[in-house]
Each structure stands twice: as C-alpha cells, then as structure tokens.
Design a protein around this ligand. Structure first.
Ligand SMILES: [Zn+2]
Length: 243
C-alpha cells in the first residue's frame, strides 16, 4: 500500500486543503457571503496538526469562534453556540454564519491510516489520538457506557466521545479506525443541525453555510479534505454547494 492507494480507496474525492479553503469562498460569493459579512464557527480537533487548516480558514474568513473539541466533535454546547450567535455582523437585518466541522486522521507514506509525521518526533506518530484510544478500547472489549449520559469530570471530551460513538459501532471487536472516523464525521453532521437551530433561535434571522468532512494529514505536511455535507441554509431553504 501507499499513501496514494489509501487515498484512492478511502477518500477518493478528497480535495487538497488549500483548494477546499478557496472553494468555500468561491461557492459562497455568488450568495453574497464573503469575509467580513459572516462569522466563521470552526470545529477541528485540538491536535496542533489540525491548526494549519484552521489558520487558512481564518485567513479566508476572518477570526473564528472556536468550537474545537477532541476529534473535531463539538463540545461547546448550546450556550457556546448562543454566545457566538451575537458575534456575527448584521447585514441587511440578517446574520450569516459559516460553520465548518472536520474530524481528522493521518495517512503516512506507506498508506497506514492513523499514522502521521510530526516535526522532531522520530518514527511514525499517530492521529487522531482520541479516536485511536477509543478504537483500542472497543477492540479490547474495554468500553464502559451506560444507558444515561455519562460524563467523566476529569475527561469530559473523551467520555462524551466514547458515549456517543460506541452505540453506533456494529461490531466493536472487529471495527477499524476508518469506521470510527466516519461515525465521528456523521456526529459532526448531526451537531451542525443542532447548531443551526440555536443560531436561528433569535430575533435576528440567520443564514448558515455548513461544510463538514474529514481532514487528512498526508506525508510532508500535505493536507486534504474529504467532504461531508456542504450546503447553504438560507432562511430554511437548503442550497447544495459543490466544491
Ligand atoms: Zn485528533
């Protein structure tokens, strides 16, 4: 296997990260959405590897409200989103938000999913560590979840991630990182719907562009994005966006 093989097999439609960033601007410009007229809300993993793309998105869209949590899952909750709601500029009596939510994974030269390079760290490093830790627990039959939401006060993000992903894994002992990664992406998709509801729960009407997917860290700093959902919700009318 090689990096190219794994990308063709698992992420055949992935775009180079810079193309993803530019396309978010290009596809929203015809709708009158541009830097300065919209507030970006960004959820990427806490991993510093995810930050180069976050920085590029902020170069394109301006300083973002940070929704980041482990694996890119949104952990700011309703209160966090409601705070962001009041921060967007009002243009023509409306607010516009650009919501970007990306989980992530490394793929190394040998095509190994979960492996990545980190400057100064000898040998292969790993990412996303939060999803890989859960993968290890699932395969080892060592995941404890309950029928009611469980929150470890000293490990809040990972316990919530475990609680949400585990029930969706069909065969825990034989699951793989790709399956877990796709569940994380699907949860982010679900969360963006909840974000839209909170952004709309206001006297000022809100339009919301959404971009989700999987951020892939390739060899030598090459980043890619495998797109999930891309649409512009204009006053409840869903306009699909093609990047
Ligand atoms: Zn991560």
């Amino acid at each position: 296997m090689s990096f190219t093989n794994t990308m063709a097999r698992d992420f055949p439609h992935a775009l180079p990260a810079n193309q993803f960033v530019n396309s978010t601007q290009d596809c929203l410009a015809p709708h009158g959405v541009h830097r300065g007229s919209a507030l970006p809300l960004i959820a990427t993993c806490r991993d510093e590897l995810a930050f180069a793309l976050t920085a590029e998105l902020q170069r394109a869209w301006g300083p973002a409200f940070n929704m980041a949590g482990l694996a890119g899952l949104l952990t700011l909750g309703r209160t966090g989103v409601a705070a962001a709601r009041g921060h967007a500029p009002i243009v023509g009596g409306r607010r516009t938000f650009v919501v970007i939510g990306l989980t992530h994974v490394g793929v190394d030269d040998a095509g190994v999913l979960g492996n990545c390079e980190r400057p100064g760290v000898p040998g292969p490093s790993h990412t996303c560590g939060a999803l890989m830790a859960l993968h290890d627990e699932l395969r080892g039959g060592d995941v404890h979840t309950s029928d009611y939401p469980y929150l470890d006060k000293y490990d809040p993000e990972q316990s919530r991630l475990r609680e949400r992903i585990t029930p969706r894994v069909a065969d825990p002992a034989n699951t793989d990182l790709l399956a877990i990664l796709r569940i994380a992406r699907d949860l982010i998709d679900q969360d963006t719907d909840a974000v839209i509801k909170v952004l709309r729960d206001d006297d000022v009407p809100a339009d919301v562009a959404v971009f989700t997917g999987i951020h892939i860290h390739g060899p030598r700093g090459a980043d890619y994005v495998d797109l999930g959902r891309c649409f512009f919700d204009r006053n409840g009318e869903i306009v699909p966006l093609s990047l």
